[in-house]
Design a protein around this ligand. Sequence first.
Ligand code: PEP
Ligand code: MG
Length: 579
Amino acid sequence: MASFTLHGIPVSRGIAIGRAHLLAAAALEVKHYLVAEEHLEAEVQRLQQALVAVHKELQTLWLDLPKDAPTELGAFIDVHALILSDPMISEAPLDIIRTRHYNAEWALLTQIDELSAQFDEIEDPYLRERKADIQQVAERVLKVLMGSAQPLAAVGDGEYQAQMIVVAHDISPADMLQFRDRSFIGFVTDVGGQNSHTAIVARSLDIPAAVGMSQASTLVEQDDWIIIDGDAGVVIVNPSALVLEQYRERQNALQRARKKLNKLKKTPAVTKDGTPITLLANIELPDDCAAAMDAGANGVGLFRSEFLFMGRNSRIPSEDEQFEQYKRAVVAMKGRPVTIRTLDIGADKPLDQTEHTALNPALGLRAIRYCLAEPQLFLSQLRAILRASAFGKVRILIPMLAHAFEIDQSLAMIAQAKAELREEGVKFDETVEVGAMIEIPAAALALPMFVKRMDFLSIGTNDLIQYTLAIDRVDYEVAHLYNPLHPAVLQLIAMTIAAGNKAGIDVAVCGEMAGDVKLTRLLLGMGLREFSMHPAQLLSVKQEILNSDLARLASQTRKIMRSMEPDAIADAVQQLQLM
Ligand code: PEP
Ligand code: MG
């Protein structure tokens, strides 16, 4: 078997060695033939049975949902079930069989192609995105039709699964669910960016993964041996014995390093020269607090509250429901601060069935803009957060601020929520701190406006890079332009840290840069003292901190900041690692 290597985008670190399990039907060849008149009804029935089988499959998925599964995952299954029973899928292809005599697979694909073309015309980004759901549902039906109808649950025994690597064109949230449950050891997809939903889950599970492989699901065959080098975004298919051996050695070394890292859980994060550094966790749901506590986080630096709102068929969680969730996180963190970011909905995180038709959603009505346009919704979230503050230390973080009036209106809404609670005699922490996310270049260039009004700052580098470099962060075709070391990005980050430090208010980085060990020393050198990242990244960052000498880093970083040459900057940042 010929060995070959594929290059894509690294999204989750580590090395996985295993057998390919092709998940998507992209690689399946669909037969095309015309059905004789007397067999038409049998062909119609064949498709109907496949539809019923997929219905059952989705039901099983739903029932098997682990208790702690994010709510949006259940809702994604619901969406797939709805699509399946829509006449567009459940009836139109049957008509195609009857009228055009196409075989079932061909009829289904014909209908899907027509629907896809219609979806491409739709302006509403939310609806346009549903095209992927329709295709995922069609893939399930095709798999059943083609006799390889193996929901993942039916594949192999435990030992086989233990070394399975999922290879897919794209991974639907429903299938990702199983990915969470079963011990798949890695995943590879044709599409997706560094911040795609699948990428984020892989990173949070700490499983090696690479996306944006463009042809992987057609080139890799079922049961091929593959190696994922998650650090490099490289996949080696059918490696030679020698290569396999080299990677096994690297894998063992990584495992040993990881074990060693675990010993740092209780070690305070202090630099060589004795400066304490705060290490916080990014969480999506209250359940993630367990991992944050286990990793020894000093608190939660970013609770992405919008995950409580997503995938609920537009049913917004009530104030009480939200309060219960925020309180759970606060209680779980046992007195450590929990920074709850207010709803950051929009762009790649749409609230179900929003009717917005923004042509360019990343620049549209998202985050605080959305909240200020929906004051009732915002107020109920603020009340819920404030109520949770009676149970531990809570901080409020406002995303995507750019204008002074947005800050002022947000603060006024918080004041209103407080006044209401006071009047109602409901307990809350009167001294709750309010911070701003610095994630729009305009904010980083107008820091006095923020420092004057806010208690703390948190730099959202994911969006700051997206907006500074004008690259859609989820589009893999421009992913190569997404560069945290671009001099413009570094200047904005350094300015923000310096302004916060000068004013004596906390500044954190909570974007993905904070969890990237290759950048830890650079950020320390810039004066950063608070890092917020996924719990799985915390110990490696801590290790970097323990080995850092701040005075030396600061002087080297000053030199780096004077450079506008990307290659020189990249080299110098590498040199910092060796100091
Ligand atoms: C960011 O933009 O860096 C950030 C932390 O927020 P999100 O990734 O949720 O947009
Ligand atoms: Mg952001």
